[in-house]
Design a protein around this ligand. Structure first.
Ligand code: CP
Length: 294
C-alpha cells in the first residue's frame, strides 16, 4: 500500500516490480484505468520539461481532470506557504498532488494533509518517478536488475536521481559504484571507481547532469576537463560491452556529460527513458488511486 510516493523508501521491492510490470504492460497497449471524476494538480516550483509534461500526458491518458496550477501566477507570490497552497487544493476537492519543489524533504511539512503526494523531485533529495522509469528501462533491456554492474557518473552530490537510484538498485541486488571528481562526491553513498578502470565491465552507464544551479560557486569547474575525465566520449563508448546501455535523466549538457554525437548512439537509451517515463507515470498514478481508494 502506497499513500505517498516521495522517496524510493516508500516502496517495497515487490511494489517496485509491480510498477515496472504495469509500466511495460501499458507500453504494450494494456487498457489504462479511466477516472474522469478525479481532480488532480501538478505544482512545479522548479523548471521541468520531462517530468511535468509526461505526468500531464499520463494524467490525460487516465482521463483525470487536471487543474492548471502555475506557481508563477499563484498566491505563492503573495507569501502563501506551500502547506496553505496544498491545503487549499485539498479543500477544493483535488485528490492527488504532483509536486516538484527546491527544498529537500519539503513533503514533511505536508504530512498532516489528507491528500496523496507524488514527488516530482525535492531539491537534491530524491526523484522517485525518474528512478522508476530508469528501473523500467533497465528491466526492459536486461529482464532483471539483480546482479547488474551499474555505474553512476558525474554530479553525485547534487543529484536526486543518484540518491533514489542508489537506494533501490542496491536493495534490488545490483552492484552500484560511482565515478566523479572530488567536488561532486557524496561519501555517504557507495564506492568510487575510475571510469577507465571499469569501462569494459559495465552493464549500465548512468550519466548525470552537472547541476550548475545547485552549485555555490566555491569550486572551480572546467567543462573540457570534466568531459575528458568523467564524460562519455567516443574512446570510452567503444570499450563498453556491446549490450551495455547508456542512460541520462536529461536535460543533457551535450559535450559535457556525453559527447554530442553519442546522445542518440546505438547503446544510448536516453530518449527511450523519456518515452518510458510517460507509461511509468501512468502506472504510478493508477497505484496511488487504487491504494488510497480514490
Ligand atoms: N529528468 C528530469 O527530471 O527532467 P525535467 O527536469 O525536464 O523534468
Amino acid at each position: 500500500m502506497v499513500k505517498n510516493l516521495v522517496t524510493m523508501s516508500d516502496l517495497s521491492k515487490e511494489e517496485v516490480y509491480e510498477l515496472i510490470e504495469r509500466g511495460l504492460q501499458l507500453k504494450n497497449g494494456a487498457k489504462a484505468l479511466e477516472r474522469k471524476d478525479l481532480f488532480v494538480a501538478n505544482l512545479f516550483f522548479e523548471n521541468s520539461t520531462r517530468t511535468k509534461h509526461s505526468f500531464e500526458v499520463a494524467q490525460k491518458k487516465l482521463a483525470l481532470n487536471l487543474i492548471n496550477f502555475e506557481a508563477s501566477t499563484s498566491s505563492v507570490n503573495k507569501g502563501e506557504t506551500l502547506y496553505d497552497t496544498c491545503k487549499t487544493l485539498e479543500m477544493l476537492g483535488i485528490k492527488i498532488l504532483v509536486i516538484r519543489h527546491p527544498e529537500r524533504e519539503y513533503y514533511k511539512k505536508l504530512s498532516t494533509l489528507n491528500i496523496p503526494i507524488i514527488s516530482g523531485g525535492d531539491g537534491s533529495g530524491e526523484h522517485p518517478s525518474q528512478c522508476l522509469l530508469d528501473l523500467m528501462t533497465i528491466y526492459e533491456r536486461f529482464g532483471k536488475i539483480e546482479g547488474l554492474n551499474i555505474v553512476i557518473v558525474g554530479d553525485i552530490k547534487n543529484s536526486r536521481v543518484a540518491r533514489s537510484n542508489y537506494n533501490i538498485l542496491t536493495r534490488l541486488g545490483a552492484k552500484v559504484r560511482f565515478i566523479c571528481p572530488d567536488i561532486f562526491a557524496d561519501e555517504t553513498l557507495g564506492q568510487r571507481v575510475e571510469f577507465d578502470e571499469v569501462i569494459s565491465e559495465i552493464d549500465v552507464c548512468m550519466l548525470l547532469r552537472v547541476q550548475h544551479e545547485r552549485h555555490d560557486g566555491s569550486a572551480i569547474f572546467d567543462k573540457e576537463d570534466f568531459h575528458k575525465n568523467y564524460g562519455l566520449n567516443k574512446e570510452r563508448y567503444v570499450k563498453l560491452k556491446d549490450y551495455a546501455i547508456v542512460m541520462h535523466p536529461a536535460p543533457v549538457n551535450r559535450g559535457v556529460e556525453i559527447a554530442d554525437e553519442l546522445v542518440e548512439a546505438d547503446k544510448s537509451v536516453i530518449f527511450e527513458q523519456m518515452r518510458n517515463g510517460m507509461f511509468m507515470r501512468q502506472a504510478i498514478l493508477e497505484k496511488i488511486i487504487k491504494d488510497n481508494n480514490l
